[in-house]
Every structure is written in structure tokens, then in C-alpha cells.
Design a protein around this ligand. Structure first.
Ligand code: MIG
Length: 680
């Protein structure tokens, strides 16, 4: 791993491993100075492939478009967008045409805006534009898995969620009170659908004030949390970044008194507006402010809460007080005019431009432990440090307990403190595919605990979309059905096919011993849980261009159906594999398929996966009344496998709640003969 330092970069906290600064010039790139920053460029061969960049639009191979790391609350994730919620500046350039040099991985540690032009301007050119101050890490090598692992060792071990957070979770913006939540739980139980958690969106708070609970909606919050826990259900409240400006509200008062909020040039607290109306933004980049804000989670933990999601932490700004005034003044000045086309569209533009306005991000500052830094230079750290604030507080409050934590905005480094969900997608088939493609890209950047809003957040979900999405989400660590207020209800029990939903969710629980074991091994060994197919079959030219199949853990490949009205799909098998077709957790059929292309029928009720040659996996035998992950017995396992003679599997197990992870010596290597496995 080579490290190159340019200018005078801030410490982002992304990297944990000490690397000495290289004395040589950076060799894989041509470096030039451009306006306000640096440009790194290199040639790409026609068949080279670029992997990584985390949470972004488009495919697994990132070539052919520009991606901009600049955390943005943009809920329309269409393929013309350049930025989503995170800044994940790691990519691997795989060299298919060797004369151009070795493959390499590059991490750009710059928390301001970074542009990755991956052959958009010129097909054969990779261009990376950074600010003047940054650190660049480069590692060369031939093996994709190895390049990925070297990077992960650089940035440190990924966050580990409690085991219950691998169960099925239900969320919706608009569960208003106790009875709404109770109804969700009862309906899942009534239909025998396992359920692990129900999310509390902003409605649980009093006037959207962080760390408050609306007492009319939840008159005995602690009692209710306990009652739900006895039902096996965890309640997971949301925490927003902005703190409501309101006299007498302690979080606001303390923050003002102690100077814990982001300030403008002149020293005044910056005023933005989000859900609570006008807010100040805690200065998470300041260690004291972080300790203070993190400490606020304690009150909820004491009431029995053991999971949180951090939202709006790009930070999203609906408008700033200053800019709103400017825009309103301008509009009132033209109030009586006869607006022509240009005037009218200008007005529309300035109103729409109020949200997340670039100038607003330049108008406030952080106190990075004594150093004043303008926000836009470190923009991508904000969500990371909000999440770090919470995680560090958890270490104090409950040092040996795993607490569920994930964030909307993130930067590499945050992967050590929490996971992410992929934000406000839509109930679109294209977003099911997008979610499939985001998973390996996120894993490459260290973010393992992740998933998308299952069924889609915006727009109305249809039954078939939800079924297909469910069949994919069986494999994502975060399996959470979430939707926006005002959209069609999309809990599994709202549909005719409730039995099919039940059986798909039960399949997730039957696969839990495998999925959890694979997650833990990946996290503890700095490896990938989701991989592009080429990572396992680097000698296969076809494998590099597979955009809709993923390797999941050691033993299996998945090929989700993601188009409407399909009876199945084409699948590319890079070697002979075993097709496992699950009609329920009890009914399975097996079929050996040769290397090559196959059309696989997959009905809406089924889930399928493929077992690699000489591999196997544990599959739990479920009781009829499984309600939570705790009801999945590690004793009652069958082994599904595909081998000539025998296969081996390394099984990871632990208590799932404490931080006493099993050391490698305790991982169990299980070797079975063909006859001892179920399969073919
Ligand atoms: O501006 O809290 O991405 O999951 O339901 C929208 C309400 C604010 C955005 C999150 C979404 C959440 C919603 N939030």
C-alpha cells in the first residue's frame, strides 16, 4: 500500500493502519494541477473494469459515467444523478489488457467534493478530481479479492450488528403511536410471519425534537418498549441531525450554551430548516460536541432501546434562514410584474434551489478540535461523525452490548461504527436492480451491514414487486420493509399473497445460520460478503460482465428476478453449479446445471440460489411458529451441498449480542461426505 500526501489535508479518521508516506511520485496516475485542486488520470483498456465507489447509481462496473462524492439528500435515484448520500472514494481498476499495467485499488481520502469520471468524458480515460488537500492510497496487485482485502485492512474492521438485526424488520413513515405499532406486530404474528423489529420514524418525537418522545402517542414509552421486547420485537427510533430551535428544549439550550453547533463566519449559530422547522446543526466534527450529542442516546437506551437509525445527516437542509429571506425578497420585488418566460423560470429555479443549496454548505464552519474548517471542505464527514458520536457513546453506556446502528449519510471510516441503508429509493423495478448492484460496491468500501428499503420507499409498491424484492432481500444483512408516508401500505400482510411472503421470510430465517456466519467471517477477516461474480472466477472473461448476479458468502451465487411479468430469467453459470429451488423453508428441489447460460423458471412464490462446486451450507429446520431469530435452533440443521466426494464449511457461531466475537481458533470446520449432505 502506497500513501501520497498532497497539501495539508485534515484528519478524516477513515484509515486505521499506519502507512508511511511514499517518497516516490505517484506512478499509476498522471498528476496535474487544475483549478482549485488536483487531477489524477490514467488510461483504461477497452475491456478493463472498474469496481467500487459504494453508494452510487448505475452498474457494478462503474465505467461510462461520472460519479461525484458529495453527500446529497436527493430522493430521485435516476441514472442521470451523480451523487447519492455518501462519499465512498474507493475503486479498483481491473486491467484486462495487461500491457497497460497491473490492476490497482485507489482510495482518495478527501472529505470534500471528489469527481470520478470513469470514462464519461473519454471512454479510455479515468479522471479523478480532488481538492488541493488530500491523501491518496494506491495498492497494486493481480487478485481482485486481495486488492479488496488490502484496502479493508487499511480502513479497519466493519461494524457488527446484533444477530437480531439479521431478522425481518418492518418500517413505515407514518406509524404514529402505540396502537399503530401494536397493529403491525399483531398482524405479523397473526399470519405467522417472523418479525424482529418495528421502526419509529420521526412521528414518535414531540415536534420532531431529537431525544424526545411524544407522550400523547406513547404515554408509557418504557413500558411499551418492554412489552414489545417480550413479544420479541425491538423498536428502532430515528434520530435526525438538526436540533430544533426552541426555548426551553434542553438539547437546544445546552448546545447554544456550550457552543456545540456549527457557526457562521461571524460566530453566530447557523440556522437551517428541516422537519422541526428552524434548527442548528451539532458540530459532530468537534470531539466535545460529539460526546455531548452521543450522550443523549442514553435516555432512550435506558428505556430499553437497542437500535437506532441516523437520518438527514448529509446534512439535508430544506432551506437556510438567510437564503430563504433572499429568495422571498426577490419574489416580492417581482410580485406585480408581468413575468415573462425567463423571469418565471428563474423564480421557479430559486425556489427549488433552496433545498441543499451549495452556498449554504459554504456558509458554516466546524471547530475540528481547535481548527476552524469550512463545512464544504469536509462535507462528507458529517454523517460519519454523527454516527461515530452515537457509537462512541454506546461503548460507554453498554460496552459489551451490540447496538443496531445505521446511517443515511456516510464516508469510508463510518463502516467501523455502523451500517447504512440506501435512502429514498422508489417502488420501481429499476431500483430493485439498482439495489442488487449497489451491494458489492458498498461491500468493497467496507459497508457490510446494509440493504435498501425493501419494496421501495417512494411510490406505490405492487405485490409482484414486493415479492421479487423480498426474494432478493433474503440475502441482504439489513432486511427492512420501509415506505414513505402517503404511499400504499406495503406490509407483507396487506397483500393477497400473504402466504408467499410468509414463506419467503421464513426462508430467510432458515438461511440465517449461513448468512450470519458469512457476515461475521467477512467482517472479522476484512473480506466481502457480497462479491461481483468475477471475484470468484477471475479466469472467466464472461464473469466480468455479469451485472445482475452476486456471490453471497463462500458457498453460493444468487440471480434475483428483477423485471416485471417475468416467469424467470437467464443466468450465467461460471462453472457447474447446483440450483436450489425453495418453494418454502420445507420444500426444496435440486438440479445440477452445467457451466454456461440457462433460462431458470422462478415463480413469484419461489426463491432460488446456486451452490458452488465442492461447497455446502447450513440450512435450519424451522418450527411452525418461528417468530424471531431466537427461535432458529443451531442444533437443527441440514446441510445443503454440491460435491464430487466431500465438502467443507467453516461455521461461525457466537451469542449474537455481546462483543465477544469468536476467535478464529473457535470457528468450526465441518467436513461432510456427499451422502451426508442434502442436494443431488
Ligand atoms: O425528508 O423521516 O430517508 O427513510 O422515512 C424525509 C422521514 C426524511 C428520509 C429518510 C426516510 C424517512 C424520512 N426521512
Amino acid at each position: 500500500m502506497k500513501k501520497y500526501v498532497f497539501g495539508n489535508p485534515v484528519k478524516t479518521g477513515a484509515v486505521v493502519k499506519e502507512v508511511l508516506e511514499s517518497e516516490d511520485e505517484i506512478s499509476v496516475f498522471h498528476l496535474s494541477e487544475v483549478q482549485d485542486g488536483l487531477e489524477f488520470s490514467c488510461r483504461m483498456g477497452e475491456r478493463d473494469v472498474v469496481y467500487g465507489l459504494g453508494e452510487q447509481v448505475r452498474g457494478i462496473n462503474k465505467r461510462g459515467f461520472s460519479y461525484i462524492s458529495y453527500a446529497s439528500d436527493d430522493p430521485i435515484h435516476t441514472e442521470n444523478k451523480h451523487s447519492l448520500y455518501g462519499g465512498h472514494n474507493f475503486l479498483i481498476l481491473y486491467r484486462a489488457d495487461a500491457p497497460d499495467g497491473k490492476s490497482f485499488g485507489v482510495f482518495v481520502d478527501d472529505p470534500g467534493k471528489v469527481v470520478f469520471d470513469v470514462g464519461e468524458t473519454r471512454r479510455d480515460l479515468l479522471l479523478i478530481r480532488t481538492g488541493k488537500d488530500c491523501v491518496v492510497y494506491v495498492t497494486e496487485g493481480d487478485s481482485l479479492k486481495d486488492l479488496a482485502k488490502q484496502f479493508r485492512e487499511l480502513v479497519g474492521q466493519s461494524y457488527i450488528a446484533p444477530k437480531w438485526a439479521f431478522g425481518y424488520q418492518q418500517s413505515r413513515w407514518g406509524y404514529l403511536n402505540e396502537s399503530d405499532v401494536r397493529e403491525v406486530v399483531e398482524n405479523h404474528r397473526k399470519h405467522g410471519i417472523p418479525l424482529e423489529a418495528v421502526y419509529l420514524d420521526i412521528d414518535y418525537m414531540k415536534d420532531y425534537k431529537d431525544f424526545t418522545v411524544d407522550e400523547e402517542r406513547f404515554p408509557d414509552f418504557q413500558g411499551f418498549v418492554e412489552k414489545m421486547r417480550r413479544e420479541g420485537v425491538h423498536l428502532v427510533p430515528i434520530i435526525d441531525a438538526g436540533v430544533k430551535i426552541e426555548k426551553g428544549y434542553p438539547v437546544y439550550e445546552e448546545g447554544v450554551r456550550e457552543n456545540y453547533f456549527c457557526r457562521e463566519e461571524n460566530g453566530e449559530n447557523f440556522v437551517g430548516a428541516v422537519w422541526p422547522g428552524k434548527v442548528h446543526f451539532p458540530d459532530f466534527l468537534n470531539a466535545k460536541a460529539r460526546t455531548w450529542f452521543g450522550g443523549k442516546y442514553r435516555r432512550l437506551i435506558e428505556q430499553g432501546i437497542d437500535g437506532f437509525w441516523n437520518d438527514m445527516n448529509e446534512p439535508a437542509i430544506f432551506y437556510s434562514e438567510k437564503n430563504l429571506k433572499k429568495v422571498l425578497d426577490e419574489i416580492s420585488s417581482i410580485k406585480d410584474d408581468n413575468l415573462d418566460l425567463n423571469d418565471f423560470f428563474h423564480m421557479q429555479e430559486i425556489v427549488e434551489g433552496l433545498c441543499n443549496h451549495p452556498e449554504d454548505y459554504k456558509s458554516f464552519y466546524h471547530d475540528m478540535d481547535g481548527v476552524k474548517v469550512r463545512h464544504d471542505k469536509v462535507h462528507n464527514l458529517y454523517g460519519f461523525y454523527m454516527t461515530k458520536a452515537a457509537a462512541e457513546a454506546f461503548d460507554q453506556i453498554a460496552p459489551n452490548q451490540r447496538i443496531l446502528l445505521f446511517s443515511r449519510s456516510s464516508y469510508i471510516g463510518m463502516h467501523r461504527y455502523g451500517g447504512i441503508w440506501t435512502g429514498d429509493n422508489e417502488s420501481w423495478w429499476s431500483h430493485l436492480l439498482l439495489s442488487i448492484q449497489q451491494m458489492p460496491s458498498l461491500n468493497l468500501c467496507g459497508i457490510l451491514y446494509t440493504g435498501s428499503d425493501l419494496g421501495g420507499f417512494g411510490s406505490d409498491a405492487t405485490e409482484d414487486l414486493l415479492l421479487r424484492w423480498m426474494a432478493f432481500a433474503i440475502f441482504t444483512p439489513l432486511m427492512r420493509n420501509h415506505a414513505a408516508a402517503g404511499t400504499r401500505r406495503q406490509e407483507a400482510y396487506q397483500f393477497e399473497a400473504v402466504e408467499s411472503f410468509r414463506s419467503l421470510i421464513r426462508i430467510r430465517y432458515a438461511l440465517l445460520p449461513y448468512l450470519y456466519s458469512e457476515y461475521m467471517k467477512a467482517a472479522l477477516s476484512d473480506e466481502l460478503y457480497f462479491r461481483p461474480v468475477s471475484f470468484d472466477y477471475p479466469k472467466d472473461r464472461h464473469a466480468f460482465f455479469v451485472e445482475d448476479q452476486l456471490m453471497v458468502g463462500e458457498s453460493i451465487m444468487i440471480a434475483p428476478v428483477y423485471t416485471q411479468n417475468a416467469a424467470g430469467r437467464y443466468v450465467y453459470l461460471p462453472e457447474e453449479m447446483l440450483l436450489v429451488r425453495m418453494r418454502s423453508d420445507k420444500e426444496r428441489t435440486y438440479q445440477v446445471l452445467s457451466k454456461g447460460h440457462h433460462y431458470i423458471d422462478v415463480s413469484l412464490k419461489e426463491a432460488v440460489f446456486f451452490v458452488k462446486k465442492d461447497h455446502m451450507l447450513p440450512f435450519a429446520v424451522l418450527e411452525e411458529d418461528v417468530r424471531t431469530t431466537q427461535d432458529v435452533s443451531p442444533e437443527r440443521i441440514v446441510w445443503i451441498g454440491f460435491a464430487d466426494k466431500e465438502a467443507e464449511y467453516v461455521l461461525y457461531e457466537d451469542d449474537g449480542v455481546s462483543k465477544r466475537y469468536a476467535p478464529k481458533e473457535d470457528w468450526k470446520t465441518i467436513r461432510l461426505k456427499k451422502e451426508e449432505m442434502e442436494g443431488f
